[in-house]
Design a protein around this ligand. Structure first.
Ligand code: SAH
Length: 346
């Protein structure tokens, strides 16, 4: 069984600066193999609303962005998108949105119950991950009771001052407290950082990786910053692809039993002939998240430019994702694909 690797801050900074990429990536892939073999978990993501009340400086969905096309799928449209998951062999559905206060919690509860009762060819219900931003404990408890299994809430930066600058009006302490609430409620909890978020030094990113490892979460991610033209950070430099890949590999070494995706932002920072997903798999990721958002609105979920633009529809997104897995010499995994950290507790 793979052991958690102990790395010093200095070693992490050196690795982030590229002192031994070949060694780092080989060690990360070996650590992944020890826990997950050659299997990659697929999560179908339905981005059901582009409305948002927040003012995050990095994100195109931010409330003040008047250029953003806003859409809100109906519960029926969401269910139709979700139904594709079992048909295409995906065991997990991720429901993500801007922080949309007009989508009633009661509608989300009803959706959860309906999704959990959908039949799947492999007999167990779909696993459901929510990614709806910070919500009250009461709301999160009700979602859990209605069948939600997992929750993604990225800290974006683990430096409180940097987080609070990137997310005006919000606080790092509150976001961290929300992660603890989710853990207490029994969710599988995921978080992560944006690599190259304006103001982040290499040392700071290294500290973030240690901080996240210390949190002992079930899912972790590190995607590169992609400047969005309709945000205050339109002219900030792009996150560095290599640093994002090194950060992903380091997460795998620090937390071998954690589910780690090749983030979709990787596809936005490479030319179309290169697969960001493949690059992620080659550095130790074990999760891919094709978008099942319908073709009519998928290009309007513009958290950053290029999101979802590689595929015109959900089916081609999934087919391409499976082809990427096979080309990498790996296999799509069947079933829910919970974090081994959860299984250990049972
Ligand atoms: N409203 C939810 C979901 C946000 S979108 C929430 O706040 O949790 C999902 C993720 O996209 C964010 O957590 C952030 O890490 C990422 N993201 C948003 N804008 C980005 C950008 N410009 N570049 C890279 N990643 C970005």
């Amino acid at each position: 069984m793979s052991q958690t690797t102990t790395l010093s801050l200095g070693e992490i900074i050196d690795a982030l600066m590229g002192d031994d990429d070949a060694g780092l990536y080989a060690a990360a892939c070996e650590a992944r193999y020890d826990v997950f073999g050659d299997f990659v978990h697929l999560r179908g993501i339905v981005e059901f609303s582009s409305h948002c009340v927040r003012h995050c400086k990095y994100c195109g969905l931010r409330a003040p962005n008047a250029q953003q096309q806003r859409y809100r799928m109906t519960p029926e449209e969401i269910l139709d998108a979700v139904r594709l998951a079992p048909e295409l062999g995906l065991g997990t559905i991720v429901l993500q949105s801007g922080d949309d206060r007009a989508f009633a919690p009661s509608a989300i509860e009803k959706l959860l119950v309906e999704i959990k009762s959908l039949p799947t060819p492999w007999g167990e219900p779909l696993a459901v991950t929510l990614s709806l931003g910070e919500r009250s404990e009461e709301e999160l408890r009700r979602y859990k009771e209605c069948g939600a299994d997992r929750y993604l809430l990225k800290l974006e930066s683990c430096d409180a001052a940097l987080h609070d600058k990137a997310r005006p009006g919000e606080s790092f302490a509150a976001r961290l407290a929300c992660l603890e609430t989710l853990r207490k409620l029994g969710y599988e909890v995921g978080s992560g950082v944006i690599v190259g978020i304006p103001g982040q030094s290499m040392e700071r990113l290294a500290k973030d990786l240690l901080f996240l490892a210390e949190l002992d979460l079930h899912m972790l991610s590190a995607g590169p910053f992609v400047p969005h033209p309709e945000t205050p950070w339109a002219d900030a430099p792009w996150g560095d692809l290599d640093v994002a890949l090194r950060a992903t590999a380091l997460m795998r070494l620090l937390e071998p039993r954690t589910n780690i995706p090749a983030t979709s932002a990787l596809d936005s920072v490479v030319p179309p002939e290169i697969s960001g997903k493949r690059l992620g798999l080659d550095v130790g990721a074990n999760v891919l998240m094709p978008s099942l958002t319908p073709g009519t609105v998928r290009n309007s979920y513009s958290i950053y430019p290029g999101k979802n633009r590689r595929h015109a529809d959900a089916i081609s997104a999934v087919e391409d994702t499976i082809a990427v897995i096979r080309r990498a010499g790996m296999e799509p995994a069947q079933g829910q694909g919970a974090s081994p950290k959860m299984e250990r507790k049972e």
